[in-house]
Design a protein. Structure first.
Length: 384
C-alpha cells in the first residue's frame, strides 16, 4: 500500500499532475484511488467527468472522489457534539443542536485524513493519491493530528478535575467518563495516523511548483517544514516549463525567468529528484492529456515507486538551542562555506549552493559553530 500526496501553491497545476500520476499507475496495474482533499474541487474538471463524495470508477483500476467536508463533518462531529450538548446544562444552551455548536479549527482537515487512513487500514487499494489543497492548508492538515494529540494530552492531565465535575453532574449517566475514555481512544488513533503519514516506506509527498519566483519561494518553505517534521518529500515537480522549441519573442523574457528559477530549484532541492512537465499547447483536461503528461513526467519510471528516502533536514533540540543537520552527499568539507540572510541559510560547496529556509524556531537564534560528519552538515544554533 502506498500513499502519495501532491501539494503546492495554488494554480501550479497539482491537480493535473496528481491525475496524470493516477492514470499512469492504474494503467500499470495498481488499483488506484485518486482523492481530492481540496474544498475548491477541480478534479472533476480535470478528469472531465462528474465525481461525488464517494469513490466512483473512472477507468479500469482507477477510482476517484471529491471529499465533501460538510458530509464528513456531519458523520463524525455529530457524535462528539452530542456529548457536549449532553454535558452543558440546558439553561445555558436552550435548544441548540449539535450542528450549531462551533467546530475546532482544523477539525475538517482531520476528518479528511481520517477517511484516508481508513482506506489504508482496510487495504481497499494498492495506491492512494491525494490532490491536496494549496500548501498552507496542506501543512495545517498534516500538522493537525499532532496538535490535537497535544491538546488531548493536556485534557487527560486534568482527569482529577474532570472527575470532580463528573461527580457534580452524575445525572448525565457518566457522560464525562465516557468522553474521557473516547479521548484516550482518539489519542491512540492520532498516534496511528501520525505513524502512517510519517512512514517513509508508505507515504511520500510530492511538491508541485512552477518555474516562477513566488512559487519556488513557497515550495522552499514547504520543503523545509515537511523535512523538519519528518515527512518524506520524494520528488519536486516543475510544471508548465516553456519548451525550447517555442521561439516566439513574446516568450523570450519568460524563458529567461524560467531558466533562472530552474537553476534555483536545482540548488535548493538537490539531491531530491526533480521532474519537469512542459507547458502544453492545450489544457491538461481529460484522460488522454493526463496520459501525455505522465509520459513527460515519468519517462518510463514507475510513478508509484518511492523516488527518494532520506531525511534532508533534521532538527535536534539541545540544552543550548538546536542543531540543524543538513544532508550534503558528496560534499567536500574543505569547500563548504555558510552564510545567513534573515531567515535564509545559504550553504555553498564548490559550485553547488543550497538555500535553506530556516524554521521559525531558529529565527532568533545565533549560529555558534558547524561540523561536517558522514555526509551531514551539523550547524549549532544557540539562543541569543
Amino acid at each position: 500500500m502506498r500513499i502519495i500526496l501532491y501539494t503546492g501553491k495554488g494554480g501550479v497545476g497539482k491537480t493535473s499532475v496528481a491525475a496524470a500520476t493516477a492514470v499512469k499507475c492504474a494503467e500499470s496495474g495498481y488499483k488506484t484511488l485518486l482523492v481530492s482533499a481540496d474544498d475548491a474541487h477541480s478534479l472533476s474538471d480535470s478528469l472531465d467527468i462528474t465525481l461525488s463524495c464517494e469513490p466512483i470508477s473512472v477507468l479500469d483500476n482507477l477510482f476517484a472522489q471529491e471529499m465533501d467536508a460538510t458530509l464528513e463533518l456531519r458523520r463524525t462531529w455529530g457524535k462528539v457534539a452530542g456529548y457536549l450538548t449532553d454535558m452543558i446544562p440546558r439553561k445555558y444552551v436552550g435548544d441548540v443542536t449539535a450542528d450549531e455548536l462551533p467546530v475546532f479549527p482544523g477539525f475538517e482537515e482531520l476528518l479528511k485524513l481520517s477517511r484516508i487512513v481508513n482506506y489504508y487500514t482496510n487495504n481497499d487499494y494498492d495506491l492512494i493519491i491525494i490532490d491536496c489543497a494549496p500548501t498552507g492548508e496542506t501543512l495545517a492538515m498534516l500538522s493537525f493530528p499532532e496538535i490535537m494529540r497535544w491538546w488531548l494530552e493536556r485534557i487527560r492531565q486534568v482527569r482529577g478535575s474532570a472527575g470532580k465535575v463528573a461527580g457534580r453532574i452524575s445525572d448525565h449517566s457518566g457522560i464525562v467518563s465516557k468522553l474521557i475514555n473516547d479521548m484516550d481512544r482518539a489519542c491512540r488513533y492520532l498516534d496511528k495516523m501520525r505513524l502512517i503519514l510519517t512512514n517513509r516506506e508508505t507515504t511520500s509527498i510530492r511538491l508541485v511548483t512552477n518555474p516562477e519566483k513566488m512559487a519556488v519561494w513557497e515550495t522552499r518553505r514547504s520543503f523545509t517544514y515537511l523535512n523538519m517534521n519528518d515527512f518524506n518529500v520524494d520528488a519536486v515537480i516543475v510544471n508548465k516549463v516553456i519548451p525550447d522549441a517555442v521561439y516566439d519573442n513574446r516568450f523570450s523574457k519568460w524563458k529567461e525567468i524560467q531558466k533562472s528559477c530552474i537553476k534555483l530549484i536545482s540548488e535548493c532541492f538537490d539531491p531530491v529528484p526533480i521532474r519537469y512537465v512542459p507547458w502544453f499547447e492545450s489544457e491538461a483536461v481529460g484522460v488522454d492529456m493526463h496520459r501525455r503528461t505522465a509520459t513527460e513526467l515519468f519517462r518510463g519510471e514507475d510513478p508509484a515507486q518511492i523516488k527518494y528516502n532520506n531525511r534532508t533536514f533534521v532538527l535536534v533540540r539541545t540544552a543550548e538551542g538546536y542543531i540543524l543537520s543538513v544532508f550534503l552527499p558528496f560534499a567536500d568539507k574543505n569547500d563548504l562555506s555558510l552564510d545567513r540572510k534573515g531567515d535564509e541559510f545559504i550553504i555553498r560547496s564548490g559550485g553547488i549552493k543550497r538555500n535553506v529556509m530556516l524554521p521559525r524556531v531558529l529565527a532568533d537564534m545565533t549560529v555558534s559553530g558547524a561540523k561536517f560528519e558522514e555526509d551531514r552538515l551539523n550547524v549549532k544554533f544557540i539562543r541569543c
